[in-house]
Ligand binder design. Structure first.
Ligand SMILES: Nc1nc2c(ncn2[C@@H]2O[C@H](COP(=O)(O)OP(=O)(O)OP(=O)(O)O)[C@@H](O)[C@H]2O)c(=O)[nH]1
Ligand SMILES: [Mg+2]
Length: 318
């Protein structure tokens, strides 16, 4: 799936990409340098949809190049999702011409595309004028295009831009048969785990922190940011203790420690978190604290269903 992020310099394209897909917070994108030409990143959205994200630097010299006869086909062909982004605090009439060319080549080289999304960004700034920009970009759009473009005022700073992009990509998942099949299988496996272990399961995608599937049906959470298991120095302490114990037991070839399962305890339940593969984390919440329930979850996390889960998630990495 090819996702195009297009628009004038400083609109917030790279900020949107990094905060949505790489789990960066806004502070981390405050001082981004302008993107030099085409920047391509592959990543897997919600653990099931493979994306090739084309973040196109918006300085004039680059835009001219994208529209040039030698490059336009490369840039605008095989696009599945197209986003045009502007900075609503810097309204420029001249952007209309760029927008017109963008639409022209997009629908010419990717005729299957049914929609283009326009994000009027930075509405958090008090001098933003998204209504004016909307007027400039939508004025006199001919019938062919009119129904194919949706405009949304957003802010990367406040999070509504990321929310909108996630909505757009979720829509792509629904249109993509392979992704829906994977999702169906994953949901089924989680439901099986639930039945065997009397626990609820939630599967998260790293690093965007979005939920892939859960046993709660529709369950939304805020994206988790920086979801990495780093307990820092504790790790090395545990390793040296483990080393000593193994020496007592005369074990010579010591296997390395990996931090794969973390257990939390509350008065009502256990919460177990386990990394499945690079990119996905499974969280189990037990219904009570009976030892059988705990051990059934531990068994499940090393058993066949868990291995199958790995397969369906892995298949999206190919
Ligand atoms: N106030 C505010 N600033 C934003 C927002 N989104 C992005 N910015 C800032 O705008 C500046 C430019 O953002 P970039 O993401 O680099 O813009 P770009 O569209 O990738 O620019 P080019 O790579 O040159 O095409 C950065 O300093 C961001 O922190 C927003 O929603 N609100
Ligand atoms: Mg950029």
């Amino acid at each position: 799936m090819k996702v195009l992020l297009f628009g004038p310099a400083g609109a917030g394209k790279t900020s949107l990409m990094r905060t949505t897909c790489l789990g960066y917070n806004f502070m981390k994108v405050l001082n981004l340098k302008p993107t030099k030409g085409v920047s391509r990143e592959n990543f897997i959205f919600r653990g099931i949809l493979e994306l090739s994200l084309w973040d196109l630097g918006g300085q004039e010299r680059y835009i001219e190049r994208y529209f040039s006869e030698s490059q336009r086909e490369l840039i605008f062909s095989e696009v599945t999702t197209a986003v045009f982004m502007v900075d609503s605090a810097v309204v420029e009439e001249s952007v209309r011409e760029i927008f017109d060319n963008f639409l022209k080549y997009l629908f010419e080289f990717s005729p299957k595309i049914d929609r283009a999304y326009v994000l009027l960004n930075k509405i958090d700034l008090h001098d933003s004028n998204e209504d004016k920009y909307y007027e400039i970009l939508s004025k006199g759009l001919n019938g062919n295009y009119k129904d194919k473009i949706s405009f949304t005022p957003v802010s990367v700073k406040e999070g509504s831009a990321q929310h909108r992009l996630i909505e757009i990509l979720d829509f792509e998942i629904q249109k993509n048969t392979l992704s829906m099949q994977r999702l169906g299988k994953i949901r089924h496996l989680l439901d099986e785990l639930k039945i065997y272990t009397l626990s609820e399961y939630i599967l998260f995608n790293q690093p965007d922190g979005l939920i892939i599937a859960s046993t709660f049906g529709k369950f939304e959470s805020k994206p988790l940011q920086f979801m990495k298991f780093e307990i820092g120095t504790l790790d090395s302490n545990i390793y040296s203790i483990y080393q000593q114990i193994m020496e007592f037991q005369n074990v010579t070839n010591l296997s390395p420690l990996t931090l794969s399962t973390v257990v939390y305890e509350s008065e009502e339940c256990w919460i177990l978190v386990k990394e499945i593969i690079n990119g996905a984390v499974l969280m189990a919440v037990t219904r009570n604290k009976q030892p059988e329930v705990f051990s059934s979850v531990m068994n499940a996390l090393t058993g066949e269903i868990f291995e199958n889960l790995k397969i369906y998630l892995k298949s999206s990495e190919i």
